[in-house]
Every structure is written in structure tokens, then in C-alpha cells.
Design a protein around this ligand. Structure first.
Ligand code: COA
Length: 702
């Protein structure tokens, strides 16, 4: 088999070219190939070596599929040592993304040149890891301790220009990287440049307390996570130990993280996210429809967020509202979105103005005649949505994609309001739509393949993570949220305080506890939806009575300053309100609910297993294509801790027999059919299979 690395002498320059599509990861043959090339160069007439990559990017990192398997020599640190130890200067030429192990390879070289469009970074923390091939030791030597901590603990890559400012890259060129790199190599050869080894440099010492402060900041920002803390430990080692000891320490921490369940969970999510983008029964070469102009109907929070998302990606957007006043409010929300981005330093004034300029407003449906895609984001009411779609059917050009942003309504029934149901699809954004990454793409019964393929691709184009769902009440995410929220409410009426519930879930890793989320979303939303239902369809009053009483006493959540909690008007800090505890006690007595102490363990198990049990039904019914899709939905749309891998992965790690035991225990304890275990859970637990096994079985594996 030919090597993915080729070495070739061009005059006095030894060119090492990596070609391992799609993203040049450092699989064993690549590591071997680089090592062989460095060894070959020792014997030949080369004076300077140039390391570069073919294809769309420089080395994008270690091969994540190799993690968790027995290590295969040569290991990356040995390859990087060989580069750094070379007696002939080595230049790395970076285009695309030099990430993780890829950037560590570049740091092992003596000089770095990058294309202005390139980005470099150490994203290992997003996989529950720390850089394991010298990155934690070399970056502080070049960029200083605090920049190193920021780069590695955020995992966020930086553009080449910023990398140059930080000292991580020596030169940046606008175009023709290879020619510029070769010219520089010749200069270095002529000038008999030295081998500038990063490991030989010293690390600045930071004042006492800086690292401790950083650790406490990370303990809050990356609650419960091991890797960010280990990054600080490794940087401390860089500061206090000689390079070789620092590297040994780094390796120790790296292996500890690699073996942690947290990293297994985060690596699972990495691949689950990429798998979610693939539709099993859709041919890869399905043609897509061209979309350049987008219409958005409804200028509320959702509609304006959706319009902002598309404008951010350079699409022309027409925002439609019922009258001038509503339109003005919608456009003001868009303005506020951009002002917020400028204030947070995410966009410059000019960029914001440019993007804002992509959005125009209208009150006439006829303005949507030419759009390629239209997304309806009006009030959650089936009849209203059907009216909108009938109107769209009348005005939109043939071939336009007609999408609904509904959270719950039946997309098939919405599609039936048109004469072109094959053009209709659900695009369910999450609030705030210009910030949240998740996009549920709802494939209705008659949605055409090219409409689905176009929307999956469009989702990616606007920076979202698209996950396909089939039609059911609440699709994937909100369908699972109902039993989760119900359990939170039941814990409350049975005796837990709001803060007991939210703190238990937050300490377990959820970004926000369920009652705090309800307060943020507004308690009136669910209230209005319940009022629209006949009493017998509202479900168990124990699970909504308190919320109803809160709304009826004017407590709508954060927006009214009070809901399950009271909120400080300036800081938005929540605190317990004795009035709420009184309401709960009164309603519990009224509904004859016996009250008791509920510990954090029970709260977590009830809420998380409620999610898991519904998730099992969702995969079994084919609403989600695979269990991993549910994990992606929960991690990106609902604040589920990535370091637990999503609810379905978590269930596998606990063990499905144990999950089933606990759910059956709840069924006995509460005597309630809500705890009937999903048939798939029973089947897998009885046969000793995991969800991952099930997903990989031939009938389902893709
Ligand atoms: N190891 C193994 N496979 C990888 C990989 C890695 N480090 N990085 C990417 N891939 C695979 C993806 O799984 C995907 O495979 P698929 O086509 O079978 O689904 C393929 O390469 C393309 O990746 P994708 O993410 O879809 O391409 P992109 O152009 O959108 O993004 C990157 C490219 C490099 C920015 C992105 O893949 C990335 O961030 N990779 C991880 C980088 C990283 O964390 N490196 C440090 C590892 S320690």
C-alpha cells in the first residue's frame, strides 16, 4: 500500500507532503511516513525541510478513531521529537485548519508559515482530552501562559493573523502558500538559519494566584469536567519543570483523560454529530435545490432569530409581518441581535451593518414570489399555520421549499394545506435561533428527497447542526422534554424545593435546571397551550397545577421578575421565594399528594431516565434515525452535558439492565403507567445488548 506521505527533494529543499484525505489526520501510516521522511532527509542533500499537506487542510489532528485502541508505533510525540531534533531547519506550511496533533506537529517544526485564511488551535478539550504531544508545553513557551490557557481550555481555533500576534506562527501570506513557503525555505537555506526549537525556550512565570483563579473560573465555566483542570495542571508543569519533565507530566494527564468516561462520551458525540448529518435512505448524489433568497414569516423572537441566522451566512432575507407595526418590532429585534453581537465583540460595526443589510421587511405575501425557501414562524396554532401555507402555495414560485418552524404541530397536516406537499418540510430552530446550534429537520410523509437533502446542507451552511426527525408530537427534543419536565414538577409537588431540583440537575451537569429553564422560557407558554386543550387532555394535574397557579398570580417567569423563583432585576440571579413554597404546600394538600424528602440522586434518576425511556421509544419508532441523533439533539439543543455523551449514550454507560431496574422500581413506587419501560429497553436489557450494539446491527447500520 502506498504511503500517505511522500518525500521529495527539490534542489536543496526536502519536501514532506502529507496526503491523507479528507482532512489529513495523523493515522499510523502518516506518523510513520513523516518519521521515514525526516530520517531520509538526514542522509540527503537537503538543507531545509518543508512540511505541507495536500487537499483541503493541513493536518486536522490525531486520528480520533485510534483512541481507545492499542497504541501503534510510532507514537506522535516520537514523530514530533524527530522533527524538532532535525539538524536541518523544518518549516511547516499551514492551510485550512492545523488542529490538535496537527498543530502540535507544526509546533515541533522550527518555523511556521500560514495562509491568512488558515486557523490553528488545540481543540482536544472538546473531546475531553488535553493536547498530548507537547502542545501544553510548547504553546506557553511561544504565546505565554495566559494565552495558552485560553487557547487550550476553550478549544477554539484562532485565525492565522491572531496566531501570528501570539507568536504561534511566524509568517502569514495571502495566497500561494506553497510558493511563499518554498521561497522562505530557500532564504533560510541561504542564510544558514538555525533550528529554532520551541522546547529550548523558557516559559514566563505568572504571579501567584493566576493559575488558582483560572482553575476556579473553569470550575464554574466547565463544571464537572476533568480535562480543563488538567490543562491548567499541564501548563503549571510547563512553568515549573524542565521541558522533558513537563512533557512526561503532560503524557500522564493525557492518558488519564483518554481513559476517562468523559472523553469516551465526548468522542462519541463528535462522531454522532457527523453521523447525524447523513440520511440513511438518501442517495449521496441526491441533487439539491438552489437556495439564495429566503423568506421568513413572523418577526417574533424566533422569526427574527431565523432571519439573522440566514443573513449571517450571506443569504438575502425577506421578513414578512402582518402589519407595519409588527414588522417594525421584528426588524428592531434583528437590530438588537446585531447590537448584541457587536457589544460582545463577535462582530465589528461594519460586519454587523453588512449582514443587517441582507434583511428587508415586507407586509405583502406577493414579496415572497421569488424566494427559494420560506420559513414560517408564526404562533403555534395548526389552523393559523395551515392558512399561511395555503397562502404560500398561492404565491411562491414552483420548486420553492416551504418550511415550518413549528415545535409541535403535525407537519403532514400543514403540508396538506398546499397542493405541493413534497415541497414542505419542518425546520425547527431553537431559541435564540441565531445562537443555538441545533436544527431539527422534520421529514414529513411526502417531503421530496431533494428538499430534505437541500435542508440538511443548508443547515450546515448557516452553521447549525442539522438532525433529521420524523413527524410526531414534539419531534425528538420536545417530545422527550415533556416527561422530563413532568418529572421535575412531580418532584416539586412531592416535596423537593425548586432549588433542590435545579441544583441537583446542574451539579449533575445540565447547563440549567428544568424549573429555571421554564422560568426563562416563560411559564405562560405552556399555560396557554394547556388552556387550549380540554381538561381531560391536559394530563396529570399534579404535573402542571403549580405552574398554572403561578401564571394566574402573575408570575410568568424571568420576564415578570418571578416564576418558580424571584429574580434580581439587575443581575437576574434567582433566589428562593417563600411564597412559592406556600403555593406548593397548598396545592399538594389540595391534590392529596403526600410530601417527603427527595434526595438529589432520586431527582437525577427520575428526570434523566424519563428522557431515556422516551428516547428509546423515539428510536424504536424511527422518529430518530439512530440513538446518537438523540444525543446530538440533547447536547446541542437542551444543555445536556457533553461529557455524559447525551441521554442514550449515558444509558449505555450506566448499563441498560440497571436503567431498566430503576425504571421498574419507579413503576412499583409510583404505580403509574408513565414508568412503563419502553419495549426496546426491555428487549436490549434482557438480551444483554447496548443501544450502540443495536444501532450497529445490519438491519439498522448505515
Ligand atoms: N479523526 C478521525 N476522523 C476525523 C477527524 C479526526 N481527528 N477529523 C475529521 N474526521 C473525519 C470526520 O469524521 C468526517 O468523516 P465522515 O466523512 O466519514 O463523516 C470527515 O473526517 C470530514 O470531517 P468533517 O468534520 O465532516 O469536515 P469539515 O470540513 O466540516 O471539518 C475539521 C473539518 C477538521 C474542522 C473537523 O473535522 C474537525 O474539527 N475535526 C477534529 C479536529 C480535532 O479535534 N483534532 C484534534 C484531535 S485530538
Amino acid at each position: 500500500m502506498s504511503s500517505p506521505v511522500c518525500y521529495q527533494l527539490a534542489d536543496t529543499i526536502g519536501i514532506i507532503r502529507v496526503d491523507n484525505p479528507p482532512v489529513n489526520v495523523l493515522s499510523q501510516p502518516v506518523r510513520q511516513g513523516i518519521l521515514d521522511a525526516v530520517r531520509a532527509a538526514r542522509q540527503d542533500a537537503s538543507e531545509v525541510l518543508l512540511l505541507l499537506c495536500a487537499g483541503r487542510t493541513f493536518i486536522a489532528g490525531a486520528d480520533i478513531t485510534e483512541f481507545g485502541k492499542p497504541p501503534a508505533a510510532p507514537l506522535l510525540p516520537a514523530v514530533i521529537d524527530a522533527l524538532e531534533d532535525s539538524e536541518k531547519p523544518v518549516v511547516a506550511a499551514i492551510h485550512g485548519t492545523a488542529l490538535g496533533g496537527g498543530f502540535e506537529v507544526a509546533l515541533g517544526c522550527h518555523y511556521r508559515i500560514a495562509l491568512a485564511s488558515a486557523r490553528v488551535g488545540l481543540p482536544e478539550v472538546r473531546l475531553g482530552l488535553i493536547p498530548g504531544a507537547g502542545g501544553t508545553q510548547r504553546v506557553p513557551r511561544l504565546a505565554g501562559v495566559s494565552a495558552a490557557l485560553d487557547l487550550m481550555s476553550s478549544g477554539r481555533p484562532v485565525p492565522a493573523g491572531r496566531a501570528e500576534e501570539l507568536g504561534l506562527v511566524d509568517r502569514v501570506v495571502g495566497e500561494d502558500l506553497e510558493a511563499a513557503a518554498l521561497a522562505w525555505c530557500r532564504e533560510l537555506a541561504e542564510g544558514r538559519a538555525s533550528c529554532r526549537r520551541v522546547s529550548a525556550q523558557t516559559v514566563e512565570r505568572v504571579p501567584d494566584g493566576v493559575l488558582a483563579d483560572y482553575r476556579s473560573m473553569l470550575a464554574r465555566r466547565a463544571r464537572g469536567q476533568l480535562a480543563p483542570q488538567k490543562i491548567v495542571d499541564a501548563v503549571e508543569a510547563a512553568m515549573t519543570l524542565p521541558f522533558s519533565d513537563g512533557v512526561a507530566r503532560e503524557r500522564e494527564y493525557f492518558l488519564e483523560c483518554l481513559q476517562s468516561p468523559q472523553s469516551a462520551a465526548m468522542r462519541h458525540l463528535f462522531f454522532a454529530e457527523r453521523a447525524a448529518a447523513k440520511i440513511a435512505d438518501l442517495p449521496k448524489d441526491t441533487l439539491q435545490r438552489t437556495v439564495s433568497r429566503v423568506g421568513v414569516i413572523g418577526g417574533g423572537t424566533m422569526g427574527s432569530g431565523i432571519a439573522t441566522s440566514f443573513a449571517n451566512a450571506g443569504f438575502g432575507v425577506t421578513l414578512l409581518e402582518v402589519d407595519d407595526e409588527a414588522l417594525e418590532r421584528g426588524l428592531e429585534t434583528v437590530d438588537r441581535n446585531y447590537a448584541g453581537s457587536v457589544k460582545r465583540g463577535k462582530l465589528s460595526e461594519t460586519e454587523a451593518a453588512q449582514r443587517r443589510g441582507c434583511i428587508e421587511g415586507t407586509t405583502a405575501y406577493s414579496s415572497l414570489a421569488d424566494v427559494d425557501l420560506v420559513i414560517e414562524a408564526v404562533f403555534e396554532n395548526l389552523g393559523l399555520k395551515q392558512e399561511v401555507f395555503a397562502e404560500l402555495d398561492a404565491v411562491c414560485k414552483p420548486g420553492a421549499i416551504l418550511a415550518t418552524n413549528t415545535s409541535y404541530q403535525d407537519v403532514d397536516r400543514i403540508a396538506a394545506a398546499t397542493r405541493r406537499p413534497e415541497d414542505v418540510i419542518g425546520l425547527h430552530f431553537f431559541s435564540p435561533a441565531h445562537v443555538m446550534k441545533l436544527l431539527e429537520v422534520v421529514r414529513a410523509e411526502r417531503t421530496a428527497d431533494d428538499v430534505l437533502a437541500s435542508c440538511m446542507a443548508l443547515g450546515k451552511k448557516i452553521g447549525k447542526i442539522p438532525v433529521m426527525a420524523r413527524v410526531c408530537y414534539g419531534f425528538i427534543g420536545n417530545r422527550m422534554l415533556r416527561p422530563y419536565m413532568r418529572e421535575a414538577q412531580l418532584c416539586l409537588i412531592e416535596g423537593a424545593k425548586p432549588a433542590d431540583i435545579d441544583t441537583a440537575m446542574e451539579q449533575w451537569g445540565m447547563a440549567m435546571g428544568p424549573l429555571a429553564v421554564a422560568d426563562l422560557a416563560g411559564l405562560d407558554v405552556g399555560y396557554k397551550a394547556r388552556q387550549g386543550l380540554p381538561v381531560e387532555q391536559r394530563g396529570d394535574p399534579r404535573a402542571y397545577r403549580i405552574a398554572d397557579v403561578l401564571v394566574e398570580s402573575g408570575r410568568l417567569g424571568q420576564k415578570s421578575g418571578a416564576g418558580f423563583y424571584v429574580y434580581d432585576p439587575d443581575t437576574r440571579q434567582r433566589s428562593e421565594d417563600p411564597a412559592v413554597l406556600d403555593i406548593v404546600a397548598r396545592e399538594a394538600a389540595d391534590l392529596a399528594v403526600a410530601r417527603r424528602e427527595i434526595d438529589a440522586g432520586e431527582i437525577v434518576d427520575r428526570l434523566v431516565y424519563a428522557l431515556v425511556n422516551e428516547g428509546m421509544r423515539i428510536v424504536e419508532e424511527g422518529i430518530a434515525q439512530r440513538p446518537g441523533d438523540i444525543d446530538v439533539v440533547y447536547a446541542y439543543g437542551y444543555g445536556f452535558p457533553a461529557f455524559r455523551g447525551g441521554p442514550m449514550f449515558y444509558a449505555d454507560t450506566v448499563g441498560l439492565d440497571e436503567v431498566l431496574d430503576r425504571i421498574e422500581g419507579f413503576r412499583r413506587q409510583f404505580g403509574d403507567p408513565r414508568w412503563t419501560p419502553a419495549p426496546l429497553l426491555v428487549e436490549l436489557a434482557k438480551t444483554g445488548r447496548t443501544l450502540a450494539d443495536w444501532a450497529a446491527e445490519p438491519a439498522r447500520s448505515r
